[in-house]
Structures are given as structure tokens and as C-alpha cells.
Design a protein around this ligand. Sequence first.
Ligand SMILES: CC1=C(CCC(=O)O)c2cc3nc(cc4[nH]c(cc5[nH]c(cc1n2)c(C)c5CCC(=O)O)c(CCC(=O)O)c4C)C(CCC(=O)O)=C3C
Ligand SMILES: [Fe+2]
Length: 395
Amino acid sequence: MSQDTTLPPLAASSRILPATTYDAILLAGFGGPEGQDDVIPYLRNVTRGRGIPDERLEEVAHHYRHFGGISPINDQNRALKAALEAEIAERGLGLPVYWGNRFWAPYFADALRELHADGHRKVLVLVTTAFSSYSGCRAYREDLATALAETGLEGELELHKVRQYFDHPGFVTPNVAAVRSGLHQLVESDSGAQPHVLFATHSIPTAAADLSGPREARPDGTAVPTGGENEWHAGGGWYVEQQRAVAALIMDAVGDEFPGVDWSLVFQSRSGAPEVPWLEPDINDAIEALPESVTGVVISPIGFVSDHMEVAWDLDNEALETCAERGLAAVRVPTVGIDPAFVAGLVDLVEERHVAREGDSPRERVALTALGPWQDVCPTDCCLGRAPKPTVASA
Ligand SMILES: CC1=C(CCC(=O)O)c2cc3nc(cc4[nH]c(cc5[nH]c(cc1n2)c(C)c5CCC(=O)O)c(CCC(=O)O)c4C)C(CCC(=O)O)=C3C
Ligand SMILES: [Fe+2]
């Protein structure tokens, strides 16, 4: 995999924390419903205060209802927790793993009470999202701060967070393997296939994309790109920038066997009012607009770490149907899930921050793009596009 040398590294050195000895790990997830009766209360939790139209809630409720009201995400996080425990035990790190969610039980507050009751005071949080955005980073940090306040554990529990890991080998390597295997599947079923790789990620409002990550522009003074193709905005824009960089890295890595395959970064699961601009193109529009020469697509859900409802519904149901209507062969490849390389990578990230004894050397920080290694703590206005709330893990 080559490094992207066109982008100077983020000036993050002041946002790197010295390694220390932690008491426990908190796996911080999104949460999902686990039965029909959970669906509406869950959707109300997710959309609280956001003005998501009721029709949209009904539409999303239907996705969950179709699967018995059960999102796969909680079981996926239970499996990830177990895999992390096994890897941590194997390395003798002596860190118990707790699990809490933003939007469904066990909630962050439940996990914090449990951590505290078990005598832990210094906790390293692992978030189940790889990229920088309000929804993928700041919202987790805000909700953890809210849970600290709600439980009265401010000043009792110290919460630090592992950096966003979009360009860590633990995240990139399984995605490379998945895209490679998807391309093999297409070519095996049709030796003359002209494939196109679609990297799918969650759409967010373009305003939130512009404000994602720290505010600085590239050190050469040019703005960071975001939004539509070749559209440039001042300010942040790291959400799109990070995903483009990882997609380019993956395509570069599979280029040994599949040179010159076209790819694009596309967006899914848009919500909110129609007049508010969100990142485009939508994956279904992108499929419709593929050139006639393309005969097959590989869909890589790069924006997610497990095959949860957004993947099961928006990709396996809708996007694959759009491909079928266009007569395109299509393979949706898996997210990192509990791939051993991903689990090992997360524990490597823990070991950048955690040492068995104060003074021991932490693990070296690795990153496969010039954007990283990403910051351990965020500046106070990182991903901030609304009224500020207290956060954890900020500078
Ligand atoms: C960037 C991003 C990620 C990736 C980072 C991360 O993983 O955190 C993500 C993940 C997820 N999003 C999920 C589910 C939902 N997201 C919604 C709404 C929204 N997501 C947004 C963004 C993101 N979302 C945004 C800007 C909104 C609009 C409302 C708002 O500003 O908050 C809604 C409301 C209804 C709707 O409008 O769709 C639901 C139900 C699930 C669980 C799936 C399951 O249950 O298996 C997961 C993992
Ligand atoms: Fe979402």
C-alpha cells in the first residue's frame, strides 16, 4: 500500500496523549432494537431533538419490522466484545471490557455505573466508528459526558478515547481483502466483467461534512474537499477526505490483481428534510449513472464496522435491487466485523495508549495514509456545528 504523499500530516502532535495505565476498556456502540416493541422507542431515542419527519420514522421502522424488530447491531457488538476480551487475554493486558450504547440498552450510563461499581476509575473508550464526523465521533463524546453527569460520576471516572482508526491497518487490511474477494467473485462468474467499486458510507448534511474534524485547512492553505465531485469548501471536510483516502488506498492495494478498476465514494441512508443538502450521490443514483461499459459492481460499506441494519436494508435490499434492475452483477462485501485483523488492530490501538506499568513504552502508532495517525483528543470545536455540549476526550 502506498502512502498518499500529496497531503501533509495533520498537525496533531499537541493532541497526542502520553500512554498511561488504564483500568478497563469501554466498547461504545450505537445500539439497536431487539424486538418489535423496541422499534419506536429506539427511533425516538435516535432522533431526539433532530426534527426527523414522522414519515421518515415510519419508513425506518418498516426496515426493522421486516427483520422482526431486531437490529443485528447489538449481537455484533456482543461478538466484538468477546473477541476483544480473547485478544486482550492472549496479550496479558489485564483490561476488562465493558459495553454501552448511545441509543439502546445497555446505555452508556448503565456501563459507567457498572465500571464504577467494579472499582474502575480510568477507562479507555473504543468507539465503533472509524471516521471523523459529528455522528461518528463528537456525538459519542458528548453522550459519554452526558452519561457522566447523569450518573453523578463526573470526577470519579476518567474517560479517554482511542483515536479514529480509518487508516489503521486493522481497519484497512480486512477491507482490502473484502474488495479483492468481491472483484474475484465478479470476474469468476464473468471473465469479461468490467467492474466498478462503490465505496458506500453514511450520508450526512453537507454542513456537517464541512465542519467534520478539526477546523484547520491543509497546511498549504488550500481547503479540504467535501461534498460533490470537485466541490471545494473552506474549513473541515475530513469526513469525506478520510474516506476518499482509504478508498484510494484499498484500490491501490488491489491494483496488483485488478489494475485500473474505476471506483467512487457514494452515500446512503439519507434522512432529514429534503430541502437540506446532504452528501451525494446517493448510491442508487450512482448505480443508475454508471457508464454502459460497466457490467458489475462491488459494494464495500467502508463507512461502517459491522453489517448492521443500514447495510442489511439500504445495501442488501435497496442497492442490490437497483443493480438487478440495471442488469448489473453485484457483490456486497462484508464490513470488518470481527475479522481477526480488525480485532487485533483495535487492541494495537489500545496498546498505543495503555502500558502495563507507568513508564513502559507504548506500541508505535501506525497509519497508512498521510492524514494519520489521527488525534487522541479533539480540539473543542472539532465536528462542532451546533450549540456546544460538554464532551469527553477533548483538548
Ligand atoms: C455518520 C453516521 C453513522 C456512522 C457512524 C456510526 O456508526 O456511529 C451512522 C451509523 C448508524 N446509524 C444507525 C441508525 C440510524 N441513524 C439515523 C439517523 C442519522 N444517522 C446519521 C449519521 C450516521 N449514522 C445522521 C446524520 C442521521 C440523521 C439524524 C441525526 O442527525 O442524528 C436514524 C434515524 C432514522 C433515519 O433517519 O434513518 C437511525 C435509525 C445505525 C444503527 C443501525 C442498526 O440499528 O443496525 C448506525 C450504526
Ligand atoms: Fe445513522
